[in-house]
Ligand binder design. Sequence first.
Ligand code: ZN
Length: 568
Amino acid sequence: MEQQKIDEILEKNNIVDVISNYFPLKKSGSNFKTRCPFHDEKTASFIVSEKKQIFKCFGCGKGGNVITFVRDYEKISFFEALKKLAKRAGISVKETKVSKKKRSKRDLIYKIYSLSVGFYQKNLKDYGDQTLEYLKDRKISTQTIDKFQIGYALNSYAGLKNFLIKNQINSKILKETGLFTSNNKDLFRNRLMFPIHDHSGRVVAFGGRVLHKDQPGGKYVNSPTTVIYKKGSELYGFNVTKYEVSKKDNVLICEGYTDFLRLYESGFKNAVASLGTSLTDDQIKLVSRFTKNFYILYDGDKAGKKAALRAAANISKFGYSVKIVLFNEDEDPDNFLLSHGKKELEKKIAEAKSLSRFLNDDAVLGLNTKTKLSSLIGILNDYQDEISKELFIKEISEVFGVSQKAIFSKLKKKYPIRSTRTNEENTDLAKYEEEKNFLIALVNNRLNHKKVAQEIDSTYFLKEIHKDVFEYLMKNNNYMDNMSVLLDKVDDEKTQNTLAEFILQESQISDADDMINGLKIRKLHINLQKINQKIQQDKDNDEYYKKKDQIKKEIIKLNKKVVSKTLY
Ligand code: ZN
């Protein structure tokens, strides 16, 4: 898209109006303020500046302009965000060749997955007698099979390949779909196929289960990461159950496909499967948009219990409510429902235990009280929210009968790193204050860009991110009067966030020359130190002494300039 178009989109979409459409903003001085939508917080540190047309969270560091906000909040691509905003402002847009190419590739892979699902579903009807028998044995109904688009992969090395080629799919793209082996054979052969949908309902991956125990290749074969799928980013069944999750305001998380299908069949329509036993942060965040109350229904064996503990720890560090449903060692949700029925599981869910109670009561994992307590303290250390942390400490204290004070001091003793790290950060801040102030003045148009470009380069900055920001600013200095446009052109997220932070700060500096001279003097002092070190190593080198004198003279000259200014 042309820069002109982007400028127009930025101009016609006031960031305050756009963000206000998503959630309310509160006026605070000359800015607007609210709780950050990108991280969990109790006090508002998300600032929106109408004047500067940017946002910045002083809690998690995220910042940008109206386009990056829509991109990150809606979890869509940059171009999709642009299109959305263009539409909002009534501006027509065309795609650039590059973005079109990229998008059309993703679209093509989506299309291939959608064709493949249809192919596997048809195979199940035409050739899947054995598979259907297996599903019938497991009491999975035809409606559920259809609803979750369950299928069958033929016992063939080229079944899917030939089908796709027949459907005008260019064979070159096949190796990027994750559906074929490195030597171009079908990855899934003679398997029961569970399509994995993203939460908006598009098929993005498959899990293929064996039909016989002695079949080669493992019980499950799963899709690898592709341009449309990242492992651990989706939850099985969530595209169907997310509305019910939201309505019930809680979610039942189980391990695998069959547990999920059994739960769904039995009327638990607020379930999902984590697919694998480690519940990732991405998965938790995805669900937390619909509910913040989690129930873990993992297998009752040792591995399942360990996994449940890890999942619960992961959820609770965000401050969300989590309870673990207890099964006997040989039970999982699937076989429990088959032998005991829905009512009994409802009872179990009502009796589910909090993390500390689960751990306190557990005998399967074979941990002693001391180990249990110290693993809970380890979990506590990951807590992101102080209030949830305190509530958790209170609960541990009640469950284990130890004082809150004892837990606090154990936590401090075991994990003292946090406080020292903050001290280091503070001294860093002081060290880099000067160059930071310089950049703040620069982005707030307090300095003459041309003059700065002539006299200073990125070697004057000590902190890497400051170097990056400065280089970026100098490269794009014809946009300096429109910071919102400037923000937009950054492709590195860290630079973008730092730049947004600087734009939002008021510059205290009144004299541009002093600032430039300040940085110059600092660099000369550093050079002086370096030359002194060299002299230490090589005392007879005249060149070094000459250089040292020269640096000293320059420092004196610059200092005089600064001093004379303050005197008169
Ligand atoms: Zn934030």
